[in-house]
Design a protein around this ligand. Structure first.
Ligand code: SAM
Length: 335
């Protein structure tokens, strides 16, 4: 990349600045000798220099940034952001100070829901002319729960290249520390805000045979957990909040335990809900007759919906199945 282009694109960072920025805080750390500190800084410095020596290939570079802890930035992320012809972000007010912490003082362009279509056209034209464009989101991996997906799709459709500079992502961070199965999982994004739509969506996910993951706002988390417990039954789950930040916390328990806990002590900050897959052998072993027998015991004293909820939680059977059986009982001709 020539000097002229760098000035034009507002790329003011040099490899030396980016290298120095990796040593974010040089106050002595207990248990860390100068030898160790020096070795790590030297290794990072040489890694950054090697990265700067290689020009970025033309195309769209999806660059992950920290979800809280600035120490999670990668050398490749910094170098890509320093080198790209243009850097797009969701909100310049969020990304500018974050990048400034690493001395990556770039002119930033916005790419968000409201200008996405026009910005996509500009980005694709730039890439078609052999340019390099980096995209970051407010936090984490761009294209996960943000409009970055459409940009990647359209760049590919226009014959451009898309590269990943992977790194922090709330979804994988939460999954891996949840203690729930990781071999197969389904990321369901944000649940609908309204109760009816939310329950319908959860019902559609009830038969997914993998761990479920949801992003959720702290204002709705208790209601969402209650609906998850009602519809999915007593599954093990985890609520991971403020990951990599000062108040990082993981609450583990059954869905209804987490729902009760969230109603009593509302969790604050950014949240991921992780739900274990259905325990298929257990629920399939419970035949309809056993569920019907349990229902007949409680139905005289309970409304149908409450009876379905209670038996679904007691037997660990999804609520829609129990509710269908409640309806079948109601529809039986009186003897
Ligand atoms: N692109 C991001 C990623 O890679 O994770 C996600 C963007 S999405 C719009 C924002 C949501 O991610 C938040 O509402 C929250 O559910 C989740 N999230 C982001 N940072 C988090 C953190 N530090 N701890 C827990 N959840 C987080």
């Amino acid at each position: 990349m020539g000097d002229e282009e760098q000035v034009d694109n507002g790329a003011e960072t040099t490899s030396v600045e980016a290298t120095a920025a990796l040593a974010v805080d040089d106050t002595p750390v207990r248990g860390m000798s100068d030898d160790k500190t020096g070795g790590i800084i030297a290794a990072l410095s040489s890694g950054v220099r090697d990265l700067f020596a290689r020009p970025l290939p033309p195309g769209l570079h999806l660059v992950a940034t920290p979800i809280g802890n600035l120490g999670d930035i990668t050398p490749r992320a910094l170098v890509t952001l320093a080198q790209a012809d243009r850097v797009y972000c969701e909100d310049t007010r969020v990304s500018r100070p974050m990048l400034a912490r690493f001395s990556v003082n770039r002119q930033l362009s916005s790419y968000h829901e409201h200008n996405a279509e026009a910005a996509r056209r500009d980005i694709i034209a730039r890439i078609e002319q052999g340019g390099t464009v980096a995209l970051i989101s407010d936090a984490g991996m761009p294209a996960i729960s943000d409009p970055g997906f459409k940009l990647a799709r359209d760049v590919i459709a226009a014959g451009g290249e898309v590269y990943t500079v992977p790194g922090p992502c709330a979804l994988t961070a939460a999954l891996t520390i949840s203690g729930l199965p990781t071999d197969s999982f389904f990321f369901a994004g944000f649940l609908p805000q309204k109760t009816t739509a939310r329950r319908t969506r959860i019902e559609a996910l009830a038969s997914v045979s993998g761990t479920l993951l949801f992003y959720e706002s702290p204002h709705r988390v208790a209601a969402a957990l209650e609906d998850l417990a009602d519809v999915l039954g007593e599954r093990p789950a985890a609520l991971a909040r403020e990951l990599t930040k000062k108040f990082e916390e993981v609450r583990r328990g059954t869905l209804s335990e987490l729902a009760t806990g969230s109603a009593e002590t509302p969790p604050r900050g950014e949240i991921v809900i992780v739900v274990a897959p259905p325990t298929e052998p257990d629920t399939s072993e419970i035949d309809d007759d056993a569920i019907l027998a349990a229902l007949r015991e409680v139905l005289p004293d309970m409304r149908p919906a409450a009876a379905a909820k209670s038996i679904s939680q007691k037997l660990g059977v999804p609520r829609p199945r129990v509710y269908d059986l409640v309806l079948s009982l109601k529809n039986q001709p009186a003897k």
